[in-house]
Design a protein around this ligand. Structure first.
Ligand code: AMP
Ligand code: ZN
Length: 459
């Protein structure tokens, strides 16, 4: 049985093997750190985690690079609107560097809580401005870009394959509704590599083209090239990245290199809420802290996501999460009941079928169904417990964890206070953060501040 993955570029499942036979080079588009990641964003990082775990399960190593977008991502995914981070900084009168630091810290707290393995390399856009300038300069030199009064643009006319990932019908689309607001662009699909910064733009850097800041797409091409080289195995993102961000990355990469950089393009489908889009105006943009407030642990959410294939839409409802919580707790107990058992329940046939499911384009829901069938056998056997913990190397549901540690899940009121203290620290309200620390101590939770953020333990 071989690992197969669906490749968005070819629209088919392909056998996966690292290009060098040993280590999979993976680039994952990381978060835009202007506000706390919501559960949809987290679903995408769970998918990436299941992907890297499945590859490791097949005894390959992984070199997983993830960027932190702390500049350049505009409110319109194309080239219009404002830089998201700049906008929030202005609205809240906060320093953009401070916002990105705090949001990034929070992001990793959430992903750690979800048992998402950290990438081998995490790289920030603002620390790679030089690489982006060099990349842009080379595209200009090779005739793939042009200068306008407001920046440097990629010239898609120079790259006839533009649109191949999303199979865009460029002609049809151009004749259609996309209204061009930038009169200097030669083609509506041309996109910014470098933007001239207006005076009030807080983050700006010197470049051969004056003070400015990079476009969003160039950061991923420049950092992927730096850390993974001219050809690597897998590039991931959410499906929203297919038509703009990744299409543009391909144009940049292939303009620069003269050949493809990425072997497999892999995309996770969206999470919907109550059947529709998550949006601030509908008040349905939930974070992990919102879930904790209602008594759901990160593992309940992980289990909820494990019930849908990564290429299917997943509809979030509170009832659905409640059902996932109940099932997760039952599964946990069922697996634990086999520990040390001397009965004759079957493990091997299930283990090979679960492995087969995981290797078939990450069929986590199917593997979970098989795990249930294995765990609910009335005879108790240590072999079942071991098979479950083995498959949990991919599922990451902490099923083999000692029951006491499982009980450690913090009660929602404690979780809320911890989140509130983080928010107080983020806004430098140290008096409030000290008050919350004292309150937590009274509840038997000791909090320490470390370089990685707050750490807490029951005392
Ligand atoms: P952003 O922080 O906006 O750059 O997004 C981070 C990741 O979350 C990207 O890979 C997006 O494709 C993904 N994403 C955004 N919204 C959703 C959603 N509703 N469901 C799943 N993934 C999402
Ligand atoms: Zn990206």
């Amino acid at each position: 049985m071989k690992l197969t993955l669906y490749n968005t570029l070819t629209r088919q499942k392909e056998e996966f093997k690292p290009l060098d036979g040993k280590t999979a080079g993976m680039y994952a588009c990381g978060p835009t750190v202007y506000s706390t990641a919501h559960i949809g964003n987290l679903r995408t990082y769970l998918f990436v985690d299941w992907l890297r775990r499945a590859i490791k399960f097949e005894n390959y190593s992984v070199n997983h690079v993830m960027n932190i977008t702390d500049v350049g991502h505009l409110t319109d995914d194309a080239d219009e609107g404002e830089d998201k981070l700049q906008k929030v900084a202005q609205e809240q009168r906060l320093d953009p560097w401070e916002i990105s630091r705090a949001v990034t810290e929070r992001f990793f707290q959430d992903t750690d809580a979800l048992n998402i393995e950290r990438p081998e390399i995490v790289c920030k856009a603002t620390e790679h401005i030089k690489q982006m300038i060099l990349f842009t300069a080379k595209l200009l030199e090779k005739g793939f870009a042009y200068q306008t009064p407001d920046g440097i643009y990629f010239d898609i006319a120079a790259f006839p394959e533009y649109g191949k990932l999303s199979r865009l019908d460029l002609e049809g689309q151009q004749a259609g509704a996309r209204v061009e607001v930038n009169p200097h662009k030669r083609n509506p699909f041309d996109f910014a590599l470098w933007k001239q910064a207006p005076k009030e733009h807080i983050m700006q850097w010197e470049s051969p083209w004056g003070m400015g800041y990079p476009g969003w797409h160039i950061e991923c091409s420049a950092m992927a090239l730096q850390y993974l080289g001219e050809r690597f195995d897998i590039h991931t993102g959410g499906v929203d990245h297919i038509p703009v961000h990744h299409e543009n990355e391909i144009a940049q990469n292939e303009g620069y290199l003269g050949h493809p950089m990425v072997n497999v393009w892999s995309h996770g489908e969206f999470m919907l809420v109550d059947g529709g889009k998550m949006s601030k105006s509908l008040g349905n943009v939930y974070t992990l802290a919102d879930l904790a407030e209602r008594g759901f642990s990160p593992m309940h959410f992980r289990y909820f996501c494990a019930n849908a294939h990564y290429r299917s839409k997943l509809n979030f409802t509170w009832e659905g999460l409640e059902a996932a919580k109940t099932s997760y707790e039952r599964l946990f107990s069922a697996v634990q009941s086999h520990a040390g058992g001397t009965g004759t329940a079957d493990a091997e046939p299930y283990l090979s079928q679960m492995r087969e499911a995981l290797l078939d384009d990450l069929n986590i829901p199917k593997a979970l169904g098989l795990l249930w069938n294995m765990a609910r056998q009335p005879e108790k056997s240590q072999a079942v417990f071991e098979a479950a913990t083995d498959i949990d190397r991919v599922l990451g549901l902490r099923l083999g964890q000692a029951a006491e540690a499982h009980e450690e899940t913090l009660p929602p009121d404690v979780q809320t206070l911890i989140e509130a203290r983080q928010a107080a620290r983020d806004s430098k309200d140290y008096a409030e953060s000290d008050r919350l620390r004292a309150q937590l101590l009274e509840m038997g939770i000791e909090v320490k501040d470390t370089k990685e953020g707050q750490e807490y333990r029951k005392i």
